[in-house]
Design a protein around this ligand. Structure first.
Ligand code: SAM
Ligand code: SF4
Length: 329
């Protein structure tokens, strides 16, 4: 497994397959003026496979598909199949807003997808529309149920906590874990990409500490649950008698750089070394100049060695080059 210069074992590649999205969450994607990658600039399924093969040859074992909205890629099944065929990749998952899962969940499972994280910011219809802007609770809920039926488990729900938008939904979302064996994870807002979305992230921030407090005030004491995996970014709790888990992900108030095990591949083929830094290596250029898997692996190794650590989100300093929908979270 490749080690970076801080001794971190890097074995997880997040692959963004598209930067387009069918929603426009207020903290992620603007309503107007989005500059999307042109189709010919997106990596093809075959190119994505080559990069993942190269990463796997170095010891990467986990891949997560993301976006933008990954389910908008018409060739997503082929991408999943190609990655699933790589023997060393033991864990293949996807982060999605779930809207297209009713027609895709079973097909993606058959292609080799193991599990999904579904993004649901609110249960109240009006608040969901305000924060995610398009789409409805019913549509996302249908996606969650389709994933559950298809066995894409454990189902994890991602809630980006945005004060004044969906903080009144925290308790209701946490309550879901009483009857469902889902992991409901509350994520602290990060300001990325400059612009209005980053400003919203700063002015509407609500810490994980406050999220947990609100859950305890509404639903009773939370028992800590030992970490599921050392590099899991979420810290987990359980409500008394609950079937599911409540998680908090706290990149701002409790940075977890020290246990980070991830690298990212952007939809336009850049190896993005850290979510919170702008450093990238251009793999698409190499691919399109006929690089072999071995040559790609050498460049990924270099990327691992150059992977940065630390950030200054707490001080309000964040990278401005790319927004969340262009990196994939
Ligand atoms: N469209 C899919 C979705 O929303 O799940 C996948 C891409 S989205 C960029 C990946 C994850 O990033 C989302 O689940 C959301 O929880 C998270 N996210 C987006 N913008 C964020 C922000 N500014 N701060 C924290 N998390 C964010
Ligand atoms: Fe789309 Fe996901 Fe960004 Fe929301 S967070 S706008 S669903 S890419």
């Amino acid at each position: 497994m490749p080690l970076d210069r801080f001794g971190r074992q890097i074995n997880y590649l997040r692959v963004s397959v598209i930067d387009h999205c069918n929603l426009r969450c207020v903290y992620c994607m603007p309503l107007h003026g989005v500059r999307l990658t042109r189709p010919q600039e997106l990596l093809s399924p075959q190119e994505i496979e080559q990069v993942v093969r190269a990463a796997a040859s170095l010891g990467f074992t986990k891949v997560r598909l993301t976006g933008g909205e990954p389910t908008l890629r018409p060739d997503l099944e082929e991408i999943v199949q190609r990655i699933a065929s790589i023997r060393r990749i033991r864990d293949l998952s996807m982060t999605t807003n779930g809207i297209l899962l009713p027609r895709l969940a079973a097909k993606l499972r058959d292609a080799g997808l193991k599990r999904v994280n579904i993004h649901l910011d609110a249960l109240h219809p009006g608040r969901l529309q305000r924060v995610m802007r398009f789409g409805t609770v019913e549509e996302i809920w249908a996606g969650i149920e389709a994933a559950d039926r298809a066995g894409l488990r454990p189902i994890k729900l991602n809630v980006v906590v945005t004060r004044g938008y969906n903080d009144d939904d925290i308790v209701d979302l946490a309550r879901l874990t009483l009857t469902r064996d889902w992991h409901v994870r509350f994520i602290e807002l990060m300001p990325l990409g400059g612009g209005e979305e980053a400003r919203i992230a700063v002015s509407h921030f609500l810490s994980s500490g406050e999220t947990l407090q609100r859950i305890e005030n509404g639903l009773g004491a939370l028992e800590p649950v030992p970490s599921l995996h050392p590099s899991d970014e979420a810290v987990y709790y359980r409500l008394r008698g609950a079937r599911g888990l409540i998680g908090v992900i706290s990149p701002v108030s409790r940075p977890y750089c020290g246990t980070c095990n991830r690298m990212r591949l952007t939809a336009d083929g850049k190896l993005h070394l850290c979510l919170l830094h702008d450093d990238e290596l251009d793999l698409r250029k190499l691919l399109r100049h006929g690089a072999t898997v071995l040559e790609l692996a050498e460049v990924i190794k270099l990327g691992v060695r150059r992977k940065p650590t630390g950030h200054a989100l707490k001080e309000g300093v964040a990278p401005e080059e790319r927004s969340m929908y262009q990196i994939g979270g």
